[in-house]
Design a protein around this ligand. Structure first.
Ligand code: GCW
Length: 720
């Protein structure tokens, strides 16, 4: 079977265009299939498109199919008013379309819900055809993208029988975009939203963005930074927001805004933003009505409150539930929701930072309105290359819990370094919280199935900007793609997604697939190896977060590195067991038991939970110090291997993307070497041990690395 697909791939490759390619088309390239026979086959399967419906969404679906099938087959594909007498057809029909009447679909459509689709091969009066069926038009659009994906990934079109619906209702991108068009932690250019030009001019890019999102099932976009500017809630800006919402609507994408909690004071001169104050409540109610008058399908508010200097209900002695519920009450009549972030911690607080969000939110379980979701980062600290799962997952059974993932690589090398993040997302989604017994995975917590919640939300902090290729690193497009695919179906494997994305982005070239998929799959772990292995965390440079900074010990303690690594003459790591900060107490007994002892803690979380002696012998047979050094070296070695592997692809990939990635890999090697040398030299002061054989000696002394300075790293708030 494998052989067969391999052969199919080889046949379908070859037509890859090797001229310069700037990556703008993302995975929706639609380059012609390799051989005439392949193109003819596609033509035979789909000679025309029939779409009885005529909504804006159906028009987008048809346009995409014409663009896609036309491109892939090398010939235009007609649109017909009815199923033809002769020739195969592709029919797009919703449950109530008569066109479905004399076709036998495998099951009725009820099970597909509002967004799902079915794609099925059918026969009618001796004619063969393919039907995309759905309950609503948006299902037809999703089904169209799914069918195109089948062709793009070289799957056969005969005997099609696919049905799919999303596991999670609201699948958002969160843009941390400022109204000035800088992007907090964004490293792929400016914000896409041209606020000054809006609402009059709408760049075609908005629509291409929406197409890409819809192609992977993303159905919500929060436009603005969670460090919010109340200005976006003024009539002047709402008119601009409405213009974007109009572009996104046919693609099934709702717009969300970040609500600055103090907006009633800033915009209307109220003397308080107390969520229990009547004037404040009235103000928000009126504001929400005003928004819905302009944007009838407005999604709701995303709120960062009482965190990192943002205003919030605690400024008035109220708790997070009182704050969130006030906004939820204003939104409820319009079917809007509040996404309230749990990323809270305070500098003054003596408690271990990773315990603080749980301490604040867990006692509020059951107090939030039904249209509130508490949005929790995957781990309890902050998007580190690896963290254990956030203890709030599973700990608030009476509350809608949303997962926040980061696509932009704040701590994983920005758009400079290759880090395909789907394995990280998968690791989180598959983690068992044991909340309701074994099998209580994070995926089941957030899709609502574990405790029968009615609202489900997932968010990814976008890695998208005005760079021509959208994501800066040409291969970082894979994170946008993978996030959407996993948000739709958290059960997909990161490996399968990597394969899909590679086939779609490199025109089914098997040589590229053979090289790139393993590289993508190893990349996140490689970044972990050369930056923060064995459960190390938060040892990056101050403020901009790019590169190593294990020596950072000045300023706010919970923003230093020494707070987290706790290196001393004895050993390394943060003791979070019952002997230490006891962060472990926030987890289910099964996890606590596993992580309480050094011997049973997985090595990849070792130093997160334990302070381990330098000469402690790990189950690898190495003492801690040696294992640490080997991992840093392993990370560097992996990047060097990728450089080699990538070089072998020269001529197989268009020159522009080839050269861009080659240059970035070189830079990644330099950065990996710097991480290795800087961190090992720094910790060597404590371990007082030589580097083990096989680990390269640093080219410079520690002082050299400590004096290296990066200036104006893109996305750094203090530089914006
Ligand atoms: O990771 C930190 C970032 C901040 C960010 C914050 C958050 C938007 O360094 O830049 O602010 O998290 O998630 O709110």
């Amino acid at each position: 079977m494998k052989q067969f697909f391999r052969l199919l791939l080889v046949l379908m490759a070859g037509a890859a265009s090797l001229h310069a390619d700037d990556g703008y088309r993302l995975w929706l390239r639609y380059e012609p299939l390799a051989t005439q026979a392949q193109r003819d086959y596609l033509r035979e399967q789909i000679a025309c498109i029939v779409a009885p419906g005529s909504s804006p969404t159906v028009e987008k679906a048809v346009a995409e199919l014409q663009r896609g099938l036309g491109g892939l087959s090398g010939q235009p594909v007609d649109l017909r008013a009815a199923v033809p007498e002769l020739g195969s057809f592709l029919l797009l029909a919703t449950a109530d379309d008569e066109a479905l009447d004399d076709l036998e679909l495998a099951d009725d459509l009820d099970e597909l819900g509002p967004e799902g689709y079915r794609i099925q091969s059918v026969e009618r009066d001796g004619q063969t055809g393919i039907v995309i069926a759905a309950n609503r038009d948006i299902g037809l659009l999703y089904g169209s993208f799914a069918l195109l994906r089948e062709v793009q990934t070289a799957h056969s079109l005969s005997h099609l029988d696919l049905a799919s619906k999303p596991h999670i209702q609201r699948r958002l991108l969160n843009h941390w975009d400022n109204l000035t068009r800088t992007v907090e932690r964004g490293t792929a250019g400016q914000s896409l939203w041209e606020w000054f030009q809006l609402p009059d001019y709408r760049t075609p890019r908005y629509e291409d963005y929406a197409r890409a999102c819809a192609s992977v099932g993303i159905n919500g976009v929060s436009l603005t930074n969670v460090n919010a500017d109340a200005l976006v809630l003024t009539p002047q800006y709402l008119e601009k927001v409405a213009a974007l919402a109009d572009v996104f609507r046919p693609y099934g994408i709702r717009v969300y805004l970040t609500a600055r909690f103090s907006a009633p004071m800033e915009l209307a001169g109220l003397d308080t933003a107390d969520p229990l104050d009547d004037d404040v409540r009235d103000w928000w109610q009126d504001k929400v009505s005003e928004i819905y008058a302009r944007i009838p399908d407005f999604g709701g508010f995303l709120v960062k409150a009482n965190s990192e200097g943002q205003p919030g209900p605690q400024d008035y002695g109220r708790n997070h539930a009182e704050g969130a519920n006030m906004l939820a009450d204003a939104l409820a009549p319009h079917d809007g929701i509040v996404i309230w972030r749990a990323f809270v911690y305070a500098a003054e607080e003596q408690e271990d930072r990773v315990k603080q969000a749980y301490n604040e939110f867990q006692p509020l379980d059951g107090q939030f309105r039904d249209n509130v979701a508490i949005q929790i980062k995957n781990g309890p600290l902050d998007f580190m290359p690896r963290e254990p799962v956030h203890p709030l997952f599973g700990a608030m059974p009476e509350t809608n819990l949303a997962l926040e993932l980061q696509l932009t690589q704040e701590y994983l090398g920005t758009s400079v370094q290759l880090a395909y993040l789907a394995p990280l997302y998968e690791e989180v989604l598959d983690t068992d919280t044991f909340a309701e017994g074994p099998g209580s995975t994070v995926a089941k917590v957030i899709d609502g199935s574990l405790t029968d919640r009615k609202l489900s939300v997932i968010s990814g902090v976008a890695n998208i900007g005005t760079d021509r290729n959208w994501t800066g690193h040409p291969l970082a497009q894979s994170n946008w793609y993978a996030y959407g695919r996993l948000a739709w179906n958290p059960e997909l494997s990161s490996d399968q997604i990597a394969q899909e994305w590679t086939r779609m982005s490199f025109d089914r070239n098997p040589a590229v697939e053979d090289t790139l998929v393993p590289m993508l799959m190893a990349s996140r772990e490689t970044v972990v190896d050369y930056s923060m292995p064995l459960g190390l965390h938060h040892i990056m440079a101050w403020d901009h977060h790019y590169g190593p900074g294990p020596w950072v010990d000045q300023g706010r303690p919970d923003w230093t590195a020494t707070y987290y690594h706790r290196a001393d003459r004895e050993g390394l790591g943060f003791d979070r067991t019952s002997q230490g900060s006891n962060a472990l107490e926030q987890y289910a007994p099964e996890l606590r038991q596993r992580w309480e002892r050094i011997e049973t803690t997985p090595l990849n979380l070792l130093l997160w939970f334990h302070h381990v002696p330098w000469d402690y012998r790990l189950r690898t047979g190495n003492i801690l110090w040696d294992e640490l050094a080997y991992r840093y070296q392993r990370g560097v070695d992996a990047v060097r291997e990728w450089e080699q592997a990538w070089a072998d692809l020269q001529g197989q990939i268009d020159a522009q993307r080839y050269a861009h990635v080659a240059a970035l890999l070189k830079r990644q090697e330099k950065d990996a070497v710097q991480w290795r040398d800087a961190v090992l030299l720094y910790f060597q002061q404590f371990s007082q041990r030589p580097l083990p054989a096989g680990v390269e000696a640093p080219a410079h002394d520690l002082e050299y690395y400590q004096n290296l300075q990066e200036h104006y790293v893109p996305g750094t708030p203090s530089h914006q």
